[in-house]
Design a protein around this ligand. Structure first.
Ligand SMILES: Nc1nc2c(ncn2[C@@H]2O[C@H](COP(=O)(O)OP(=O)(O)OP(=O)(O)O)[C@@H](O)[C@H]2O)c(=O)[nH]1
Length: 686
């Protein structure tokens, strides 16, 4: 295969390096992995997505959905150097896995579709890489179609990338009917031209004469960008000197390692176009693992062995199984990390685990049966270390869960704990006010995959239920009522009599109980029983919901020397409050969330419309801090409207919009909507 980069190869091969294939949904990451593995000899025949026989996407969920739902790590070697490629899911539903993988990689290969209309979908990924200073390059995939306009893609991409893009090659085109197809490329550092050949490596050809000026222009652009970060190079350019190729390569290597530039390549994973070009650049320019180690806050020359765990799975044959990158030293069986003694160390090649004697610095290793390690753990043989690992993505979508077989609750809790360890962006818990068991995640597909795992791996039968809203009720008017409880059934009777006044309190002021009993109308020992009865009665008001923000004053009553008891006064309190509530102007309260919606500015007006159709109130909007080209809208919106908002928000914003939410306050709900809630509640309660 022709060497499209430097012909000199380093006399000291690099220790293992890690490249994460990351990018929007369906941009071709799994196909690119297949192509890279074939080009490096790890596999001899490429599988296809259509035939469900690719190395990546090898779990049942991925195969069925024809989309990646989890990470695939594969080890290979290229020209004597070890590489670990990680195919990351592209769907926003599985973004957590992609983020964890990006954190430990030496370079992220951002794979995008060759479609300027879809470029925006990569914006959140670029933001994540930029914010965490993760070196990355772009591979524009699917350039095998006719009529491709690379320039439009690059312009659109530059408008969302904080780092300057550096074009590494330009296309050679040939007429194809009314359109043109890309038939090769010119490497603008070596200034060599290559023609793609079907099923074979690209062929070195003479540079087409009509491309010379375009190539010169592109090269000038590349040098100018590099000179922004190197004064010597700037001087050479100003003095009209031609920099030596090694100077350019050194700049490319250093600037990528410092995450100052984003080199751009193009090709076709399906046709194997541009793959060797990409591999050669990775070989020469991707930083070593010490850059990643520094980024994660450790000294790679530390005398201890240090591991960063980036993925946890639960396997039937290996218990809790952690994927970790060795950031310093060498890991071997018998080493102790915190409370965990390494045993059964293995390499990870997709779903195959092979015994490993030692994992050297830079390598990805598998650690079976761990007790204490979790995704995000940074740990050395001397113990736990401080960590710069990002927080998990906040939940955006929810469903209610119920086991259909009685007695499965404990098993379900354990299974959910496993799933949430595997994917930190999943969560579960009982709703504070409704008590409903809620599973939360990033979107509908995310939760569907979790449910499929509960069914297939944990053999649990689960029903999903709509998320209940924690409605409450309160009152508008003062009222008063008397509750008399009297039973005479021979022998000891029951007698309690309590008169109360009920008044509304301010929103959020809660419940208050006081008494103004004079002349011993109710003996003191029964007053707390009345209060208990009142509190019981407030659990379900006249609309059927818990009553809040009311004050009750016990003002009068009577008792019987023999028949009165705690129980009788509790009943009296309960009757009194039920009667008082009926005439106090009951009103429904619904919970309201404060949401911060983040969207690229192009979509701000669409997002504002979405807020108003969902009964939201816009409190203001601003440019999103540190996110050039993005806005942030502050909103108050009923909780019942936010539960599934992400689906609509994504469809309006090419999958880029997201939000955070927190409970804000309760607000009155009246009219038709309130009537619907009350009548539905009455039906459900029956
Ligand atoms: N024409 C063309 N199609 C491609 C190319 N690469 C991938 N595809 C097709 O694009 C679709 C998605 O490819 P995948 O490799 O599964 O994409 P992905 O990025 O791994 O998908 P997710 O991980 O689910 O985000 C499949 O139908 C591929 O056959 C390419 O270079 N050219």
């Amino acid at each position: 295969m022709p060497d499209t980069a430097r012909s000199t190869s380093s006399s000291h091969p690099h220790p293992p390096r890690v490249a994460a294939l990351i990018g929007p949904y369906s941009s071709g990451k799994t196909s690119l992995l297949e192509s890279l593995l074939c080009a490096t000899g790890r596999i001899h025949r490429k599988g296809t997505i259509r035939d469900h026989n690719t190395v990546g996407d090898n779990n049942p969920q991925s195969r069925t959905r024809e989309m990646s739902t989890e990470l695939t790590c594969v080890q290979t070697s290229y020209l004597g150097e070890e590489w670990h490629f990680i195919d990351c899911p592209g769907s926003v539903d599985f973004a957590q896995d992609a983020r964890e993988a990006a954190m430990i990689c030496d370079v992220a290969i951002v794979v995008i579709d060759c479609d300027p209309g879809r470029v925006m979908t990569v914006a959140p990924i670029l933001k994540f890489l930029d914010r965490n200073r993760i070196p990355h390059l772009v591979f524009i995939n699917k350039t095998d179609h006719a009529g491709i306009r690379l320039r439009d893609n690059i312009d659109a991409l530059q408008s969302i990338s904080e780092r300057p893009l550096v074009l590494r090659e330009i296309p050679i085109r040939e007429a194809d009917g009314n359109d043109e197809t890309i038939t090769g490329f010119v490497d603008i550092v070596s200034e060599r031209a290559y023609q793609y050949l079907e099923g074979q490596p690209s062929k070195l050809i003479t540079m087409p004469s009509n491309l010379k000026s375009r190539e010169g222009e592109a090269r000038e652009g590349l040098l100018e960008t590099l000179a922004d970060f190197d004064d010597n190079l700037l001087e050479q350019i100003l003095e009209d000197q031609t920099p030596a190729p090694d100077t350019i390569y050194d700049n490319l290597q250093q600037d990528l390692a410092k995450d100052l530039i984003v080199p751009v390549f193009f090709g076709s994973a399906e046709q194997d176009h541009g793959i060797v070009r990409l591999l050669k650049s990775l070989r020469h320019e991707a930083p070593s693992s010490d850059v990643c180690a520094h980024r994660l806050g450790i000294d790679p020359d530390d005398s201890q062995t240090v591991l960063q765990v980036f993925k946890t799975v639960h396997l039937s044959h290996a218990g809790r199984f952690c994927f970790a990158r060795v950031l310093s030293g060498q890991v071997k069986n018998g080493d102790v990390f915190g409370g965990d003694k390494v045993s059964g160390l293995c390499s990870v090649i997709a779903d195959k685990h092979e015994k490993l004697e030692r994992g050297v610095t830079g390598a990805i290793v598998g650690l079976p049966r761990t007790e204490h390690l979790r995704t995000g753990t940074l740990i050395g043989t001397d113990g736990l270390m401080d960590n710069l690992w990002p927080d998990p993505l906040p939940p955006l979508y929810e469903t209610g869960l119920e086991v259909t077989k009685p007695g499965d609750d404990v098993k379900l809790t354990e299974a959910l704990r496993h799933l949430c360890e595997q994917d930190r962006s999943l969560g579960f818990g009982h709703h504070e006010s409704t008590g409903q068991l809620i599973l939360s995640g990033q979107g509908d597909i995310h939760l569907q995959c979790a449910l499929a795992q509960l069914r297939d791996h944990y053999h649990l039968e689960i029903a999903t239920t709509p998320v209940l809203t924690g409605y409450q009720e309160t009152i508008r008017r003062l009222s008063s009522a008397r509750g008399r409880y009297k039973k005479q059934t021979g022998g000891h009777g029951q007698f309690g009599d309590a008169a109360i006044e009920l008044r509304p309190q301010g929103r959020g002021d809660g419940f208050e109980f006081s008494e103004h009993i004079v002349g011993g109308a109710i003996p003191r020992q029964y007053i707390s029983a009345v209060e208990k009865g009142v509190r019981d009665g407030l659990r379900s008001g006249s609309l059927g919901f818990p009553v809040v923000d009311v004050a009750v004053k016990l003002v009068d009553g009577s008792f019987h020397a023999v028949d009165s008891s705690d129980q009788a006064f509790q009943m009296a309190g309960r009757i009194a409050i039920t009667e008082a509530l009926k005439v106090a102007g009951p009103v429904l309260l619904e919970p309201v969330d404060h949401c911060t919606i983040s969207i690229p500015s192009d979509f701000t007006s669409k997002a504002q419309r979405l807020v108003s159709t969902r009964r939201g109130q816009i409190l203001g909007f601003n440019a999103k801090d540190g996110w050039q080209g993005w806005d942030e809208i502050e909103v108050q919106m009923p909780t019942s409207e936010t539960a599934d908002m992400v689906t609509e928000l994504r469809s309006l914003t090419q999958g880029t919009g997201f939000f955070t939410r927190r409970y804000s306050h309760m607000q009155e709900l009246t009219g038709k909507q309130a009537d619907m809630v009350v009548s539905q509640h009455a039906i459900d309660g029956k």
